[in-house]
Design a protein. Structure first.
Length: 283
């Protein structure tokens, strides 16, 4: 059984498109789980079109990681050996990959975390695997493929939460995101924590999704940059050294000041994110 898990924040129309792209296939061995992070969004209830769709109500906006935790805990109680596909609301499928995904984990049962290739609507690679260079604080998203035709996957440092598969039966306990991250970089942290514990992480181009980047978060640029800046600093503090953190912080402050006269909302978002980090770190 595959459980597809998505987080709703006023994105009922996008989730409906995603759901229709799945239901267009013949495979019915799946459950579609929606964590509703926007309780006022009653339109989401209209998407419960079949027994395959379940909606979990959050009392308030838990963020991406918190919403995933709510869904993962519910799924783990139903089936602790399930496959879970974390999938963004602003994605959809051109091909129903459910059968191929099940077969992939039959062939490679030791993989615990699997990322898939993510394309933009114009067929460009948006995510082709993630690398991390802690000595420089460089978090890299590949935009080209390094797989040959006879390779089904390769190992990498992290994969995007936009399309991430978890093989629950390999985990000693239900995997969880760090709720100190409200939005952004929680997937990077998740992958690093579990990879460092010995869980196998891989990326494949045999499974793909289409993604419209930032179609939800770009609705409010200030909030987007506030949370991404805060989470970026939190990540650098956890996974790099003080020198790298200080250099990156100085660059971030400088860039925020340069942006101020031309893009004040973007600049203020970054500045607020910096203050949020230091307030939370030293409180």
């Amino acid at each position: 059984m595959i459980y597809l898990l998505t987080i709703n924040y006023y994105s009922s129309d996008l989730i409906n498109r995603l759901l229709e792209s799945i239901q267009g296939g013949e495979d019915s061995n799946y459950q579609f789980i929606i964590v509703n992070n926007s309780p006022e969004d009653t339109e989401i209830n209209q998407l419960k079109k079949s027994l395959n769709v379940h909606i979990l109500e959050a009392e308030n906006n838990l963020g991406f990681g918190g919403g995933c935790n709510l869904g993962l805990n519910w799924i783990y109680q139903q089936n602790p050996t399930a496959l879970v596909w974390l999938i963004n609301p602003d994605t959809y499928f051109l091909t129903n990959y459910l059968t191929e995904t099940q077969q992939f984990f039959i062939d490679y049962p030791d993989i615990s975390i699997l990322g898939t290739i993510i394309y933009t609507p114009d067929a460009k690679i948006w995510f082709g695997g993630g690398d991390f260079m802690p000595k420089f604080g460089a978090i890299i998203c590949r935009e080209s493929l390094f797989l040959s035709d006879n390779q089904d996957y390769f190992n990498c440092d992290w994969v995007s939460g936009c399309s991430m598969l978890l093989n629950l039966k390999n985990f000693a306990n239900c995997p969880q995101f760090d709720t100190n991250y409200f939005l952004y970089y929680e997937d990077f942290d998740f992958c690093n924590r579990y990879r460092n514990q010995g869980y196998k992480l891989a990326f494949t181009n045999k499974i793909s999704v289409i993604h419209q980047p930032s179609s939800i978060t770009n609705r409010n640029i200030m909030n987007k940059l506030k949370y991404s800046t805060y989470s970026y600093l939190l990540t650098l503090k956890k996974y790099t050294n003080p020198l790298v953190f200080s250099v990156r912080l100085l660059r971030l402050i400088t860039y925020s000041m340069v942006l101020l006269p031309v893009k004040p909302r973007a600049s203020f978002g970054k500045i607020i994110g910096i203050f949020m980090y230091f307030f939370s770190h030293f409180k």
